[in-house]
Ligand binder design. Structure first.
Ligand SMILES: NC(=O)c1ccc[n+]([C@@H]2O[C@H](COP(=O)([O-])OP(=O)(O)OC[C@H]3O[C@@H](n4cnc5c(N)ncnc54)[C@H](O)[C@@H]3O)[C@@H](O)[C@H]2O)c1
Length: 285
């Protein structure tokens, strides 16, 4: 299958960087969001993150920011989705929101289009059940920040075909990703473990065991992590952590996944982490 045009749905933290990464490797990208402010932030993020890409990725050194703008078209509608070989969906981690989008996508895309769900915890099988051809639906859990992280956790839904897995693997390798294929279970491997760790660290802060900086220092110096769990939570977005824990809690019906009240309070207060300028730590926007 010759993949040239990728429709990226959702221009938030992940979708924007997915679009940038693909554009750096010459793919035609249609980047869609329903929020005009998100689009403005996406343009700014692409300009900023492109500098990072140039520093860390030797194979795209000859690319310019003008090249990148030439590869990405920004849109708030589905007009060009019929051209998409692959859709990579990165909207908010919320089942009802995702359900609505897939209902729309099935009306506007070609029958040959493949669908990659970028989700932290939502079942790929459940997303597949929304589509006429669930064999063409696969999970692609990209790591943040996308252009510098090679790993992609690829999730095979119950009905995902071997062909979709093979095409996805080759597609990801074409822009220097390293896919690891796992089976579909809520949270997969990464977030089943990571969300629990982050949540437990937040409980430790709430219980007054340690300040956020010390919690993270323990993980960095004690366990050799490059980044502590609370800085990771800020990078991911505390709203996304909250949504992910709710999905895990609902899926396993296990109280160990209940979101810590301090997390809920911070989300209610608009302290979403790096994207809002304040989370467990402070950031310049
Ligand atoms: N943030 C991370 O580190 C991370 C890592 C891996 C996977 N994920 C997953 O990726 C997905 C996106 O996460 P994010 O952090 O980019 O979220 P985000 O909140 O930063 O961005 C989501 C974007 O989706 C847009 N959106 C919502 N409904 C839409 C619709 N119907 N059509 C088009 N756009 C719509 C919003 O306007 C927003 O710009 C989530 O499912 C999340 O769990 C996030």
């Amino acid at each position: 299958m010759n993949i040239q045009t990728i429709a990226v749905v959702g221009a938030g933290v992940m979708g924007t960087d997915v679009a940038l990464d693909l554009a750096c490797y010459g793919y035609n990208v249609i980047l869609k969001d329903i929020d005009s402010e998100a689009m403005d932030r996406a343009r700014k993020k692409i300009s900023n993150d492109f500098k990072l890409v140039k520093m860390v990725k030797k194979d795209v050194k000859s690319r310019t920011l003008e090249d990148v703008w030439g590869q990405i078209s920004f849109t708030s509608d589905y007009d060009r989705f019929g051209e998409a070989d692959f859709v990579i969906e990165n909207i908010t981690e919320d089942w009802e929101a995702k359900r609505k989008v897939y209902r729309e996508l099935r009306e506007v895309c070609s029958p040959d289009t493949l669908y990659a769900v970028n989700t932290s915890c939502i079942s790929i099988t459940k997303v597949g059940s929304l589509m006429p051809d669930p064999e063409k639906v696969i999970g692609m859990h990209f790591m943040n920040p996308v252009p510098v992280k090679e790993l992609v956790e690829v999730i095979r839904g119950e009905h995902t075909s071997d062909e979709t897995v093979d095409v996805s693997r080759h597609f990801l390798e074409s822009f220097k990703k390293v896919p690891v294929i796992v089976n579909d279970f809520p949270g997969f491997v990464t977030n089943r473990v990571l969300m629990l760790t982050i949540n437990e660290c937040i409980w430790s802060v709430q219980d007054g065991v340690a300040e956020p900086a010390d919690v993270d220092k323990i993980f960095r110096l004690g366990f050799g992590h490059k980044m502590g769990p609370l800085a990771t939570a800020d990078l991911i977005g505390l709203d996304t952590i909250h949504h992910s824990l709710l999905v895990l809690y609902d899926s396993y019906k296990d109280p160990k996944f209940r979101p810590c009240p301090l997390l809920v309070k911070m989300v209610d207060a608009g302290y979403l982490g790096k994207k809002s300028g304040k989370g467990f730590f402070q950031y310049h926007l």
